[in-house]
Design a protein around this ligand. Structure first.
Ligand SMILES: O=P(O)(O)OC[C@H]1O[C@H](OP(=O)(O)OP(=O)(O)O)[C@H](O)[C@@H]1O
Ligand SMILES: Nc1ncnc2[nH]cnc12
Length: 192
């Protein structure tokens, strides 16, 4: 019985609080933003696992941003691309991946600045995120990138949560279980 979950990535261990996500399930909350050591460690390990030969790392805001920044520095790529969750006034002709359904059942959009889309035509990209759960964000990013002519050569995340551990098309560092509620406590759902 646990109310927190100990996660180790490389040399660092974090105690993740478990919160209820519905009446019967819980999730261990992994917040990368602000954790410079974990970001650096994860970036170092992920860079070693993705193909060497790519043009851009791409992420969806927001938690993936520090990670792709660090991975770009480590892999000697001077630029990276961020897909936005809202349309910004300064975006010129933003390209939208519309109405994808996230794992909470919410309808979301994803936007790419047309300036970035021009840079991506025919380029090899690696999509990076902090965590993949339902895969909805990664799938929407992949569709959007392919629609502008980029070639997705790998998909990578620090954590694969729940059933995402079984994905063969995902490079990841660690599995993170989902949890079943048992009274006031939570038990991890097996990742097997
Ligand atoms: O595989 P999925 O079910 O799509 O879940 C994973 C996504 O959820 C989180 O992002 P969120 O949309 O919560 O935004 P954030 O990065 O700003 O926290 C996380 O950073 C991933 O992008
Ligand atoms: N376990 C988790 N912690 C924080 N954000 C998430 N988004 C999806 N799964 C998450």
């Amino acid at each position: 019985m646990v109310k927190s979950y100990l996660l180790t990535v490389g040399d660092y261990t974090r105690r993740l609080p478990i919160i209820p996500i519905d009446e019967t399930h819980g999730m261990a909350v992994f917040v990368l933003l602000g954790d410079a050591r974990m970001t650096h460690e994860s970036a170092k390990l992920l860079v070693d696992k993705i193909p060497d030969n790519f043009d851009y790392l791409v992420t969806t805001e927001s938690m993936g941003i520090p990670l792709v920044h660090e991975m770009s520095v480590l892999s000697l790529h001077s630029e990276y691309i961020v897909l936005r969750q809202s349309k910004k006034i300064y975006m010129q002709s933003p390209i939208a991946q519309k109405d994808y359904v996230d794992r909470w059942g919410n309808t979301k959009n994803m936007y790419l600045d047309a300036i970035d889309s021009k840079r991506l035509v025919g380029k090899k990209v690696v999509i990076v995120d902090d965590i993949v759960t339902s895969g909805a964000s990664m799938a929407a990013a992949s569709e959007l990138l392919k629609s502008v002519g980029a070639k997705v050569v790998a998909q990578a995340a620090i954590l694969a949560e729940g059933d995402a551990v079984h994905r063969k098309d995902l490079v990841f560092l660690e599995g993170l279980p989902l949890f079943e509620q048992n009274g006031d406590d939570f038990e991890p759902v097996s990742l097997d």
